[in-house]
Each structure stands twice: as C-alpha cells, then as structure tokens.
Design a protein around this ligand. Sequence first.
Ligand code: PMP
Length: 438
Amino acid sequence: MSTSRNRSESLYQEALQHIVGGVNSPSRSFKAVGGGAPVFMKRASGAHFWDEDGNRYIDYLAAYGPIITGHAHPHITAAITAAAQNGTLYGTPTELEITLAKMLKAAIPSMDKVRFVNSGTEAVMTTIRVARAYTKRNKIIKFAGCYHGHSDLVLVAAGSGPSTLGIPDSAGIPTSIATEVITVPFNDLEGLQAALDRWGDDVAAVMVEPIVGNFGMVMPKEGFLEGLCKMAHDNGSLVIYDEVISAFRFHYGSAQTYAGLTNHEAIQPDLTALGKIIGGGLPIGAYGGRKHVMEQVAPLGPAYQAGTMAGNPASITAGIACLEVLQGEGVYEEMERLTIKLTEGLQASADRHGVPLTINRIRGSFSTHFCDHPVTNYDEAQDTDGEAFAAFFRHMLDRGVNLAPSKYEAWFMTTAHTDADIEDTLEAAEESFKAMKK
Ligand code: PMP
C-alpha cells in the first residue's frame, strides 16, 4: 500500500530553501526514521489530521503532548476566539492570569507561587536560575535521557530530539557550562548518591522528570523519588520536577499527587516546571514552587526573569478552557480505557507476527519499544531496534496513523479518540506488523 504525498514532497523541497532543515523543530524531521519529506498537515479536528494531499490520519502525536483534548476542541476554540476579539497581548497584568495560577496551585499543592512564561524550555531554564540564586550553588544533577528543553545547561547528555539525532551534546555550548551539569542514570539512587558525594557542596538542584516522557514513558521505581528528594534535601540542594509532559497527563494534577505513586508527602519538589497541556495548544510555560524559593524572582528578589509575551490573554484563556475540559467527569478514565484497548491489541498483534515489542503504558499514554526487555532507563531505551521502529512508523503512516517520528517519543490518547479510531489503528498495526515480517 502506498499513499500519495506529492504536495508534502514539493512543500518540503520549498521549505528547505527557506527554513533551516525545512522544519521549525528538529523532532519534526524524518531524519530518525529514514529521512525524506515529513508530512505537511493542513487541517486538524478532534483525533484527526488531513494532509496537503487530502489524506486523513488518526493522530497520536498530539503535538508532542499539549493536545490532550484533541484538535480544535470547541470549548477551547471558542475561548481563543473570544480572547482574540478582546486583544491578544496587553503587557499589563490581567485577572485571567490569577484564575489560571489558582487552578494550577489547587491541582499542584507544592506550588505556592507561580510565574507564567512562554515555553517549557523557559520554565525549566528559570527554575535552575532560581535554585542557584536560592542555594548560592552552581551545579545541577540531572538524569540521562530526560529532556528539559534546549537551554544550554540541560542539553548535556539530553534525550528526546537530541538523542534521536545522535547529538549527545549540542555544538555551541561551552565546556565551562557543560561541566556545571552532572548526569546520572534514571532510577539509580546509588548513582545519585555517588554524584552527591563527589559534588555535594556545589549542587544547587537535582532535576528530574518524575515520570519520564522522553525516552518512552517510564515510571520511577518504587522509592526512587522518595530517595531522590531525601538525598537532595539532606545535601541542602533543591528538587526540581520537570512536569512539562506529566502535569495533567495522567490525572487532573501532576506526578506529585498521582495515585500511581504513593507516599506523596515524601516526593514533593521545591520547584516545578510546566508547559504543554496548561496552554491548551497555545504557547505557554510556567514555573512555581515554595514561597520562600519563588521570592528569589524579580521584582521581589535578585533572580531576573521577564517576558513580553508571558501570560498573554490568548494562551492563558486557552489553558483555562483546556483544564475545564479535563475537569469533566470520567475524562481520564475514558482515555485510559481506550489506551488499554489499543496497547493490548498492539501487543497481541506484534506477538502474532513475532515482532519483539515492549509497551510502557501509563494511563492514557504509552511508548512502544522494539525489544524484548523492559525499559526502565535510557540505556535500555537506546538498546532497541530503531530500524524496526522506522519501518513500523512508515507502514502506519501509509495506513493513516500519525505517530511521532522517533522511537523515543510517546503515543498520546486524547479525549477526542473513539473506539472506532482504536479499531482502525489496530487494523493498520496488524497489517504493518505483517508487512514488517515479509
Ligand atoms: N521538559 C520536558 C519534559 C519536555 O518534554 C519538553 C518538550 N518536549 C520541554 C521541557 C521543553 O518544552 P518546550 O518545547 O515547550 O520548550
């Protein structure tokens, strides 16, 4: 089976003339799945995309996470339209910002104070600055394969896009900056203790995706977050949770209060970075934390952070509307029900055709690893069959299913997916696994 994507091909050639690499984020390129033109989408509605050639796709990319209510959700679209009519950018405070801040605080109790920014990258970057200002220390400990955006400090041994493209460290980052970051394996408390023993006095913060979304979906092992928080705090370091993916993904709240993780009191961070879902599909980021830590931030304290676009009424309104949809009864349960149906079907199909497949599912999201071993850290996620993933990705695309073009990225269910979408996806998967074995 082959689907015509002639217009995507020609638009890609044109894009290459004007936009570096033809894409505005490297993870959108098809480099990790054999190259060639990415699909140029023209329209999206609910769980579906239509490309420039008129092909329809069931979407599990969800724009790398934010689109949890599906594309062009009517409640969010109405909110954005109303916001646009009232003016999109003020450069003054608005009541809307208070509303969204209160919603975030109510859902994530460790955040006494919030500040809105424009992206997850900005949010994470600033939590690091604030932690350094508060502790008057310099170094950061992070975990291999966790992706924290593209600011200098966190592009050291990062996962997600950079690992997909095989760039362990980005060019343009001075060694002097890279030496401020220590990377240890995820789920490895001994490694963390060793790093703290070596660098303790100078460690400002231990930063982690408490539930990983960037080398597949990976849960912390039992006791990992408790141990991490205790070790960091005993050392006088702060704990930063990057919840850009995980907040509002698994339940109405964040990993800090997720029922799949117990002992919530012992896993509270000092600072949290947010993005993606909280903007309802418009650009946003936010960070927040304990009052005494957040009071480091200007205009109250010496740590400077600002933004022309920060807290703009359009993004804030879309974020409020998105969270309102997520407050609906049974929303997460339904996404989970569909995801269980999908993952069970995928596993059975792969098994039937003898394709090794490990699926990590956490409620309404999951990752597919082409291997026959568990994936609990970045090394294990790397040790999987990238060529098999690339083949599967292309077969699925040709059968109208849009996945992220990387073996490390998750599949995201949305509130717009239906049983019919799952059944169509499973049919496409059955044909894809079969074709892979030929
Ligand atoms: N942190 C995490 C955990 C992420 O997954 C991402 C983006 N994938 C970021 C930070 C960066 O967010 P943004 O792309 O909005 O800058």
